[in-house]
Design a protein around this ligand. Structure first.
Ligand code: DGT
Ligand code: CA
Ligand code: CA
Ligand code: ZN
Length: 577
C-alpha cells in the first residue's frame, strides 16, 4: 500500500503518462499531472490526514472533491482502477520508449499510430530504416537521438564504467586498511583485468582478524544497502548502483584465490583443463597432486605449477594468452611510462578550457616531448570550430610559442570533420600546413554499414590525414558504435599508412580491445590520445594505456611512444606519400 505522498503522486503521474500515450485529451492528462504535483508539494503526509477522522482531504490546498475521492481509493486499495485499465490497453513496451530522452508520451503515441511502434525493438527497427525522421515533428536529429536513446535505456544500470568504479574501489580499500593485520588486499575480477566496464567489484582480502573484516566492510560509509553479510563473504551496494563483493580468504591459499577470482572464467576453465591433463587439480584453494597441495600461496606459484609464466590479468580472456605463454611469446605490453606525448588536445580557442600554454605545461609536467593541439574545424559550430583562416592564425601562434619552449613541442594540429561523403571540411592546401591531422565524424551518423565504411576509408585516403579519431563513435552506456566494418577501416589505414586513435576518454575508449588487437595484427599503429578538453583531462592517458594493454599492444605498436624527432620524420614521410 502506498505510504508516502511521493508514491501516491507517482501513481497519478503514471496515469497521466498512460493517458497521453493512449492519445487522451490534453485537459484530461493535465488534470492528473496537476494532481500529482499538488500531492508532491504537500507538507503533510496524506496517510496521516486520511487516518484522522476530524481532518478532511479536500481541505488541503488544490484538492477538490473528485481528487479527494481518488486519493482515498489509493489509500484504501493501493491503486486506482484506471491505471490497470490503461495498462491493459497499451503495449507495455511503450513505457520503455518514453524513458528515451526527448521522447515523451505524446511522441510515443505518434510513433504507435504512425509506425506501429510497440517497444524499444520495433522503434529501433523503424529508426534504423529511416522511417522516424519522416514523421511530422520528428526529423533526422530526433531519429539519431532515438537510436542513441534506445541503447542508453537498454544498457541503463547494467555495467559501470571502470573509471567510475575506480573511485569506489580506492575509497573502499582505504576504508579497509584500518583493519588490523591486513596481509593482502586486491580488487580482483574484471576490475583487475582492466576491463572498460565492470559488473561488480570483487575485493579479496587475507588478514589476521578475519572476523572483523566483514564487519568493517559493511560499515563502509558509502553503503546504500547490505546484500549479504557472512563470515567469509559479504556484499553491499555502494553509492547508487555499484555492487561490491568481499571474500575473506586464508593467507596460505591467497595466490589460488586471487587467480580464481580474477578470472576470466574462460581463462580459468582453460587452466583447469591444463591442470587435469597434467594429473593436477586446480581450484580456489590451490594446485593439488594426489590430494597434496603443491602451490597456492602465490599467484606466480600457481602458474608455475602448471608450467606457465605468470600471465598479466588484462590478458586473461582465453584469447590465445595461454598458448603464447607456453611458447614464451607473451607480448611485452605498452606502459604509461612509454608514452612520450599526447596527440589529441583542445584549447580554449574552441571548446577546451585551458590555453595552449597551459596544455603544454601539463605535458611538460608529465615528461612529454610533444602535445598535438587539435582544435575542431568549422563544421563543428557548437564547439566554435575554426575555418581555414582561423587555423592558419592559430598555427602561427603555435609556431611562436614553440620558439620560446624547448622541451615540450606543440604540434600544429586540427580535428577536421569528415563530411557525409568522406571528404573533409578544410581545404587540402591548408591541411598540408599542419603537423598532425586528426579526422573524425560528428554528424550524419545514421547510415548503413557500407556507407559509413566507405566514408571513413575515403577520409583515410586523404594523404594529409594522419589519424582517425574515436573511430567508431561509441560512448559507453550512452551511444552505440556506428554501423561500420572495422576490418575494412583497418585495411584502409594500412593501405594509406595512417593510424587509428585509441581515444582514452573513459566513456569512449574507442577503439576497443579487440579492434586494437586487430590493428596490431595488420601492422596498423595506434595512437593513444586523451581528447583532453582541459589540462586535467590529460590524465585520461592511463585509461587509454589500460585498454591498449587489453588489446595486446606493445610499445612499438603505439605511435606516441616515438620521440619527437622520430614522430616528425614519420609524419613528414606519410604526408608526402
Ligand atoms: P563482471 O563483474 O561481470 O565485470 O565480471 P567478473 O569477471 O568480475 O565476474 P564476477 O564478478 O561474476 O566473478 C569474479 C570472478 O570470479 C570471475 O572473473 C571468475 C570467478 N568466477 C565467478 N564465477 C565462477 C565460476 O562459476 N567458475 C569459475 N571458474 N570462476 C568463476
Ligand atoms: Ca566482478
Ligand atoms: Ca562478483
Ligand atoms: Zn577531439
Amino acid at each position: 500500500m502506498p505510504a508516502t505522498n511521493a508514491e501516491i503522486s507517482g501513481i497519478f503521474d503514471e496515469i497521466a503518462d498512460l493517458l497521453e500515450i493512449s492519445g487522451a485529451s490534453f485537459f484530461r492528462v493535465r488534470a492528473y499531472r496537476n494532481a500529482s504535483r499538488v500531492i508532491k508539494d504537500l507538507s503533510t503526509q496524506i496517510t496521516t490526514i486520511a487516518a484522522d477522522p476530524a481532518a478532511k482531504l479536500d481541505d488541503l490546498p488544490g484538492i477538490g472533491k473528485d481528487l479527494a475521492k481518488k486519493i482515498k481509493t489509493i489509500v484504501d486499495t493501493g491503486d486506482l482502477p484506471l491505471r490497470a485499465e490503461l495498462e491493459d490497453q497499451i503495449p507495455t513496451g511503450l513505457m520503455d520508449v518514453i524513458k528515451i530522452a526527448g521522447v515523451g508520451p505524446r511522441k510515443a503515441h505518434t510513433l504507435f499510430l504512425e509506425l506501429g511502434v510497440k517497444d524499444l525493438d520495433t522503434l529501433g527497427e523503424a529508426a534504423q530504416a529511416g522511417k522516424v525522421k519522416d514523421i511530422k515533428g520528428f526529423g533526422p536529429k530526433t531519429e539519431q537521438n532515438i537510436l542513441e536513446g534506445i541503447y542508453a535505456v537498454k544498457g541503463m544500470g547494467n555495467r559501470i564504467m571502470r573509471a567510475d568504479a575506480e573511485e569506489y574501489a580506492n575509497d573502499i580499500l582505504e576504508h579497509m586498511r584500518a583493519l588490523p593485520g591486513v596481509r593482502h588486499m586486491v580488487v580482483a575480477g574484471s576490475y583487475r583485468r582492466l576491463m572498460e566496464t565492470v559488473g561488480d567489484l570483487d575485493i579479496l582480502i587475507a588478514c589476521d582478524e578475519p572476523a572483523r573484516a566483514s564487519e568493517r566492510f559493511i560499515s563502509y560509509p558509502g553503503t546504500s544497502r547490505v546484500i549479504a553479510h557472512g563470515r567469509t563473504r559479504s556484499a553491499i551496494v555502494a553509492g547508487k548502483n555499484v555492487q561490491v563483493d568481499i571474500r575473506i580468504v586464508e593467507e596460505a591459499s591467497w595466490g589460488a584465490a586471487l587467480q580464481y577470482f580474477t578470472g576470466s572464467q574462460a581463462h580459468s576453465v582453460a587452466l583447469r583443463g591444463m591442470a587435469l591433463r597434467k594429473g593436477l587439480k586446480l581450484n580456489e584453494y590451490g594446485v593439488f597432486r594426489d590430494g597434496e597441495k603443491i602451490a597456492g600461496e602465490t599467484e606466480e606459484g600457481v602458474y608455475e605449477a602448471l608450467g606457465l609464466p605468470w600471465i598479466t590479468p588484462e590478458l586473461r580472456e582465453n584469447r590465445g594468452e595461454i598458448a603464447a605463454a607456453l611458447e614464451d611469446r607473451l607480448p611485452v605490453l605498452v606502459e604509461l611510462s612509454d608514452i612520450r606525448g599526447d596527440l589529441h588536445a583542445h584549447t580554449d580557442l574552441t571548446d577546451g578550457r585551458n590555453t595552449i600554454g597551459e596544455m603544454l605545461a601539463e605535458g611538460r609536467r608529465r615528461g612529454y616531448l610533444y602535445v598535438a593541439i587539435t582544435n575542431h574545424s568549422k563544421r563543428v559550430k557548437m564547439a566554435g570550430g575554426l575555418d581555414e583562416r582561423g587555423l592558419m592564425e592559430h598555427w602561427r601562434q603555435i609556431d611562436l610559442l614553440n620558439q620560446s619552449m624547448s622541451d615540450t613541442h606543440a604540434l600544429k594540429g586540427v580535428e577536421v570533420d569528415i563530411l557525409a561523403d568522406g571528404s573533409l571540411d578544410i581545404d587540402d592546401e591548408v591541411l598540408a600546413q599542419a603537423d598532425y591531422v586528426l579526422a573524425s565524424v560528428h554528424y550524419d551518423t545514421n547510415m548503413t554499414r557500407p556507407q559509413m565504411t566507405r566514408r571513413l576509408s575515403r577520409a583515410l585516403s586523404n594523404r594529409h590525414v594522419d589519424s582517425l579519431a574515436h573511430p567508431t563513435g561509441r560512448k559507453i552506456n550512452e551511444r552505440p558504435p556506428y554501423a561500420v566494418n572495422m576490418d575494412d577501416v583497418i585495411a584502409a589505414a594500412s593501405r594509406y599508412g595512417s593510424v587509428l586513435e585509441l581515444n582514452a576518454a573513459p566513456r569512449r575508449l574507442d577503439i576497443d580491445d579487440l579492434t586494437s588487437r586487430s590493428a596490431r595484427d595488420h601492422g596498423v599503429k595506434v595512437s593513444i590520445a586523451t581528447d583532453a578538453h582541459s589540462a586535467k583531462e590529460m590524465d585520461f592517458m592511463r585509461h587509454g594505456v589500460n585498454q591498449a594493454r587489453r588489446g595486446w599492444l606493445e610499445k612499438n605498436d603505439v605511435l606516441n611512444t616515438l620521440t619527437y624527432r622520430s614522430l616528425m620524420k614519420r609524419l613528414r614521410r606519410h604526408n608526402t606519400l
